[in-house]
Ligand binder design. Structure first.
Ligand SMILES: [Zn+2]
Length: 456
């Protein structure tokens, strides 16, 4: 058995039920599982049997859980023509570009970049929704993404995304990127069979994800929850992201977005929704009652001018809220620690400085994510949980003067969000701020050589 001992931590924030913290703490990992956490060394341990990681001057946390992303957008970050557009115009411009550039090579490369950026900024588990399947490409593009995430080592929740309502059926996307319900259902079955692992400490769990009310048919929404229910899978979609979507739903279905999804059978514990900005207080209560989850994406919502989710109201009503960076064409970064900071600051403005604390945000980004993904083995440093752990150095200029609250300092201060060490499922993937298995410069050079001018 491989033993890894993290010792001398400046602070360990376990995010357990009591939010226990240890000064000068240590964590013992045996293979892929945490077997001990405390402020003294575990008893009966022979240090010579362990690989030691010094956490001196580090804050140690459970790895963050990102519950909404579109990795494939990484090669279309900050396009000049998208910087000043709102969601529907942004999408109308990008659908055609994505249809043109997506192929096995670009899916592999963009997935690699997104996963590595997530890792480097403290994220150890991520959802990704892949939903653009161009007709002239192999139908199994999602497989390339899953294999790449596996190679990087991230704990992965790939969504078999889907669009079935093209322009000819009154939807927003062009017909060339939508599929039939039949094709989609068959592929749900294929990827679930090939990749879905329901066991404890699972590294790959498939989620079913018809993209949004304005890009899928009512039929597909209903068929998806039916299939998920039978096969014990999670469902995910975009919901109430913009006023335009609300107008679309009222216009086409005479219902508000949440009402529409409810009519399709989606108000369930196994369903979770990205954004969820345009919800009334009554609708928030409905989400809470159904125990459905939410992926909050503050940066993307600000970037597209979409709005601000009512986080405080959701927390007061015990809605299961998690945090997410969203796709890289609307963030335009996969920086998870920065997303926590964004969340903290925007809600201090939105509902008042006493309405949200740094610890609330850490909770949402760890335990909140685990709850939404129906996992009780991640999001918390405690014996028996998967060894997904991140360490941030605080002995830097950016944190100097902030030791009254070193945990909060990670969000309030700092000049970088780069983790010192990142461990996923017991494997050290980032060490001293660098990837153990990947060369950052080489990857950037590959981008310059092959993909820099890809949209032209
Ligand atoms: Zn999204």
């Amino acid at each position: 058995m491989k033993k890894l001992l993290i010792k001398d931590a400046f602070l360990i924030a376990t995010m357990d039920d009591n939010k226990t913290k240890y000064a000068n703490g240590c964590v013992l990992i045996e293979d892929n599982v945490i077997s001990y956490v405390g402020s003294t060394l575990p008893k009966n341990i022979n240090i010579n049997d362990c690989e030691i990681i010094s956490a001196k001057n580090c804050v140690v946390l459970p790895g963050f859980i990102n519950t909404h992303h579109h990795f494939y957008q990484t090669l279309t970050r900050v396009l000049k023509n998208t910087q000043d557009k709102k969601l529907f115009d942004w999408l109308l411009y990008l659908y055609n570009i994505w249809a043109k550039i997506l192929n096995p090579d670009t899916v592999v490369f963009s997935t690699k970049i997104a996963c590595l950026e997530l890792l480097l900024t403290g994220c150890t588990s991520s959802v990704d929704m892949f939903y653009v399947f161009p007709k002239n490409q192999p139908a199994n593009l999602l497989d390339y993404e899953i294999e790449t995430a596996k190679e990087v080592g991230l704990r992965f929740f790939p969504c078999r995304g889907a669009m079935s309502r093209g322009r000819s059926k009154g939807g927003l996307p062009p017909d060339e990127v939508v599929q039939t319900e039949d094709e989609i259902l068959k592929d749900y079955e294929r990827v679930v069979k090939k990749y879905h692992d329901n066991s404890k400490f699972s590294m790959t769990q498939i989620i079913l994800a018809p993209c949004s009310p304005f890009s899928v048919t009512e039929e597909l929404l209903k068929q998806t929850v039916d299939y998920a229910k039978k096969n014990k899978l999670l469902c995910h979609t975009h919901l109430a992201e913009t006023k335009d979507e609300e107008i679309f739903c009222i216009d086409k279905h005479c219902m508000r977005p949440l009402e529409y999804l409810e009519s399709c059978g989606w108000l369930e514990q196994f369903c979770f929704f990205a954004h969820s900005i345009y919800l009334t207080d009554e609708e928030i209560k409905k989400l809470a009652l159904a125990k459905s989850g939410v992926s909050h994406c503050p940066t993307s919502n600000l970037r597209l001018g979409s709005g601000i989710m009512k986080l405080r109201t959701m927390l007061d009503n015990n809605v299961n809220v998690s945090l997410a960076v969203d796709g890289s064409a609307s963030n335009d970064s996969s920086n998870m620690l920065l997303e926590l900071r964004q969340c903290l600051l925007v809600h201090k403005y939105f509902t008042g400085p006493d309405s949200i604390s740094a610890e609330d945000v850490f909770w949402i980004a760890t335990r909140g994510g685990a709850k939404v993904l129906n996992r009780d083995d991640i999001g918390c440093i405690k014996p028996g949980n998967a060894a997904d752990i991140v360490m941030f150095r605080i002995d830097k200029i950016g944190y100097t003067g902030a030791m009254d609250d070193p945990l909060a300092a990670l969000l309030y201060c700092g000049d970088t969000q780069i983790a010192d060490t990142v461990i996923v499922n017991g494997k050290v993937l980032v060490h001293e701020g660098h990837f153990v298995n990947f060369d950052e410069q080489k990857i950037f050079n590959e981008y310059l050589e092959k993909y820099k001018n890809i949209i032209y």
